[in-house]
Design a binder for this molecule. Structure first.
Ligand code: NAD
Ligand code: UDP
Length: 318
């Protein structure tokens, strides 16, 4: 059991066996935190945390945070990262996605309140839906279809933001909200359906790169270490409104596919598939708030981040 008798902070990371949760855990441990990872492994993997086996500052609990969370430990920070995150995952898991955004956020806020801990919610650029304002600033309320297939994720995260602000205003919990834009890097699942692992996997296997629609939709890709640095700064700040963290370097999905073709040197061709329902046409973070409040901006160059990610996937090709 972790207690405050020792001065090192104690952090709970839900979704701790996932892509972002495991990188956040590594950063917290390197900053001297003790960490309790909580995950039901619905989309995560023990392989992401196996390097922590035997580390006295780390403990893992297999648990679904949509159910009541009991922890005997003292807790200083709760980082709520549990949720299916790739469109394929949340379309296959609509009810667990709604539950973890709603009930899971309620339970983790309750844990933070009971322990007197700070709370940080992993929210998303999907709160802006298919945005009518470009680039997206935090004061834009978004354009979300509540009853479309993506609504299960978008509305769960919007509810999560609402209940987080209510716990802050009504219960005075010290809360933070990060709106994460498309982030990539090692430990993504090769077949999670998100565009970065999809195109890299296809290029390495010599299969066609599957562009949904005509490829004119845009995204802005952030390397994982940059994102985690922004989140760490936000956790230590006294700022309670949502903060966008992402890389403003915007490109079309067609340009992204061409970059992957060039960097991997693949002979893979491009193949067009139907565009999913409600797929956002543009996405680019305005990071003015993160710059002003957190003195943060991304540092990792696109080619460098993509090469590091390719190296990781190369060793895991099936
Ligand atoms: P991921 O699927 O790799 O990680 C999510 C983790 O949460 C998994 O390990 C999964 O098993 C766990 N989980 C899901 N439901 C749970 C539950 N009910 N109880 C306990 N554990 C549960 O995805 P990720 O990319 O690491 O995303 C992490 C968080 O960041 C998510 O909340 C996601 O919405 C948010 N986010 C990610 C991105 C991105 O680009 N990666 C963008 C926006 C928001
Ligand atoms: N996409 C694509 N081919 C794929 C996977 C995704 O063209 O094999 C497109 C998808 O339609 C979207 C963009 O790439 O426009 C980013 O998709 P992703 O699933 O990574 O996340 P999103 O940003 O939509 O949440």
């Amino acid at each position: 059991m972790f207690t405050r008798s020792d001065s090192r902070p104690i952090s709970v990371v839900t979704g701790g066996a996932g892509f972002l949760g495991s990188h956040l855990t590594d950063r917290l441990l390197s900053e001297g935190h003790r960490v309790i990872g909580v995950d039901n492994l619905i989309t995560g993997s023990c392989a992401n945390i196996e390097h922590l086996a035997g580390n006295d500052c780390y403990r893992f609990i297999k648990h679904d945070v949509s159910n009541y969370i009991f922890l005997p430990d003292d807790v200083d920070f709760v980082f709520h990262f549990a949720s299916p995150a790739s469109p394929i995952d949340y379309l296959e898991l609509p009810i667990p996605t709604l539950k973890v955004g709603a009930l899971g956020t309620h339970n983790t806020l309750g844990l933070a309140k009971a322990k007197g801990a700070r709370f940080l919610l992993a929210s998303t650029s999907e709160c802006y839906g298919d945005p009518l304002v470009h680039p997206q600033r935090e004061d834009y309320w978004g354009n979300v279809n509540p009853i479309g297939p993506r609504g299960v994720y978008d509305e769960a995260k919007r509810f999560a933001e609402a209940i987080t602000m209510a716990y802050h205003r009504f219960h005075h919990v010290d809360t933070k909200i990060v709106r994460i834009f498309n982030t990539y890097g090692p430990r993504m699942r090769l077949r999670d359906g998100r565009v970065v692992p999809a195109f890299i996997g296809q290029a390495l296997r010599g299969e066609s790169l599957t562009i949904f629609g005509d490829g004119s939709q845009t995204r802005s890709f952030c390397y994982v270490s940059d994102l985690i640095d922004g989140i760490f700064r936000l956790a230590k700040s006294d700022f309670h409104e949502p903060v966008n963290i992402g890389n403003p370097r915007e490109m079309t999905i067609l340009q992204f596919a061409q970059q992957i073709q060039k960097i991997t040197g693949t002979k893979s061709q491009i193949e067009h598939r139907p565009l999913p329902v409600d797929d956002p046409k543009v996405r680019q973070p305005d990071i003015g708030r993160a710059k002003a409040v957190l003195h943060w901006e991304p540092k990792v160059d696109f080619d460098d981040g993509i090469r590091r990610t390719i190296d990781y996937f190369q060793s895991r090709l099936d």
